[in-house]
Write a protein that binds this ligand. Structure first.
Ligand SMILES: *Cc1c(COP(=O)(O)O)cnc(C)c1O
Length: 365
């Protein structure tokens, strides 16, 4: 069986270093907001090419705290609109709606699966305050055009980088392409911890300071509370593990790239639509997503050949019960994508033989 994802195998090369790091934390007697979190924040900020990284408890919290920070700063208020891609993981949308902001669902481009800049312009109203760009499946959204639209209309640009650690657009890393970015270190992401974790990256000193305070009960210094904050901190153990893995991220992404190259070169089946890499993008292949009209048949066929697959995602946010107030929106491209996509195995520990088997199975479908 070729598993869709095998986290034990992905983490195996780092096992000794991770155990040393964990021992160091356990023996230190300091478990929350200490040296390890500080060190990882500096390393991750440098890696992304920004001034600040703030470690938080999850990717959802990272995105949530960016919008919350802007509200505390008076940049946004309840009822303001945020343009979001309609085809994304629900966390992107929750971060907006949980802040009392209104998500404005916008269609993607069928080539990149990322938000379509032409559609963004049509959605801007006097209430629009921000664009949330999700770098879906590991490929940057068209940030050059998105930033130009935002500059023209005075909007903030927030990146959801949860699937795109290390990806680049015109030579610049995701996390440094907008006003602020949210990352997830959920174990299955390209940079994954051994539990939940997340980070915000930004060059904005005031936003960084506000989020640092918000994540720690809104406490500016101990027992002095500036905001009604939350408890959302990256912990020392996860930070130490992430510091072990970060130096290997580029190599892992390069291996993902080689495997994706093989799929793109070798899969040749008119019933299967392959993903495309947009010009000036460095894709990091968090997911290798194909499209197929007979998606369920293909998934069953691959299962018979002992190849694990997944669907990212089966139901778009506006069709979820949680967002039933948006159920009547007409988003035909988003709905088509959700009906046709299938993710095939792609991670840095797949062997050449496994890739060969997967290619053969896709070609014989
Ligand atoms: C995983 C993910 C998130 C949420 O991250 P968590 O750490 O699981 O909260 C947000 N957005 C996207 C696009 C994701 O893939």
């Amino acid at each position: 069986m070729i598993a869709f994802l095998d986290l034990a195998s992905i983490n195996a090369p780092y096992m000794e270093e991770m155990k040393e790091a964990a021992n160091r934390v356990i023996e230190s007697g300091w478990y929350i907001l200490g040296k390890e979190v500080g060190a990882f924040e500096s390393q991750f900020a440098e890696y992304c090419g920004v001034k600040h990284a703030i470690g938080v408890a999850s990717g959802l919290d990272a995105l949530h705290l960016i919008f919350r920070g802007y509200k505390e700063m008076g940049v946004m208020k309840e009822g303001d609109e945020v343009i979001v891609p309609a085809n994304t993981y629900i966390a992107s949308i929750l971060a907006v709606s949980e802040n009392g902001l209104v998500p404005v669902f916008t269609e993607p481009s069928l080539e990149s699966y990322n938000i379509d800049p032409d559609q963004i312009e049509l959605k801007i109203t006097p209430k629009t305050k921000a664009i949330l760009a999700v770098h879906l499946y590991g490929q940057s959204a068209d940030m050059r055009r998105i930033n130009a639209i935002a500059a023209k209309h005075g909007l903030k640009v927030i990146e959801d980088g949860a699937q795109a650690h290390g990806a680049m657009h015109h030579g610049k890393r995701v996390g440094a392409l907008g006003d602020a970015a949210g990352f997830s270190f959920y174990p299955g992401k390209n940079l994954g911890a051994l539990g939940d974790g997340g980070a915000v990256t930004t060059d904005d000193d005031l936003l960084s300071e506000t989020i640092c305070t918000l994540r720690n009960y809104g406490s500016e210094k101990k027992y002095h509370n500036l905001y009604k904050g939350v408890n959302s901190r990256l912990d020392e153990l996860q930070a130490a593990v992430l510091s072990v893995k970060l130096p290997y991220l580029d190599a892992a992404n390069a291996r993902r790239h080689e495997i994706a190259r093989r799929y793109l070169d070798e899969v040749d089946n008119p019933r299967i639509i392959l993903p495309e890499v947009m010009p000036d993008n460095r894709h990091v292949w968090h997911l290798f997503v194909v499209r197929c009209r007979e998606r369920e048949v293909l998934q069953r066929y691959l299962a018979e050949q002992e190849i694990g697959t997944m669907i990212h995602y089966p139901i778009p946010p506006h069709k979820q019960r949680a967002y039933r107030e948006y159920a009547k929106l007409s988003l035909p491209l988003t709905e088509q994508i959700h009906e046709e996509v299938l993710s095939i195995p792609l991670h840095e520990r797949l062997t050449q033989e496994e890739v060969t088997r997967i290619v053969a199975a896709l070609n014989s479908f």
